[in-house]
Design a protein around this ligand. Structure first.
Ligand SMILES: [Zn+2]
Length: 100
């Protein structure tokens, strides 16, 4: 159960990715970090990353596309706290969306 804000942009983006996934559309990268309020994915390797997060520090809400380079890092555009940092090179293919 989401216990924070009703405007959970990360949840909404996850739902968007799941809808594509359920239609059988391939998604090249998925980062499911709902535990820190972030979800992001891109359909094609050359696409911009679709990113949605709620900053845990300043509650800034972001939803949009970012031109990220590997290794991916996402900082809050307002307070610049590090929200997501890619620890290792991603596995190829579709990851399961179910776990957070
Ligand atoms: Zn912030």
């Amino acid at each position: 159960m989401p216990e924070k804000s009703s405007k959970n942009v990360a949840q909404n983006l996850k739902a968007e990715a799941e809808a594509l996934f359920n239609k059988g559309i391939k998604i090249s990268s998925v980062f499911n970090k709902l535990s820190v309020g972030l979800f992001m994915f891109k359909k094609n390797p050359d696409d911009k990353m679709k990113v949605a997060y709620t900053c845990q520090k300043c509650n800034h809400i972001f939803s949009g596309e970012l031109d990220l380079e590997m290794p991916y890092t996402v900082k809050c555009e307002k307070c610049e706290v590090l929200i997501f940092k890619q620890e290792k090179t991603p596995k190829k293919g579709i990851k399961k969306l179910a776990k957070s």
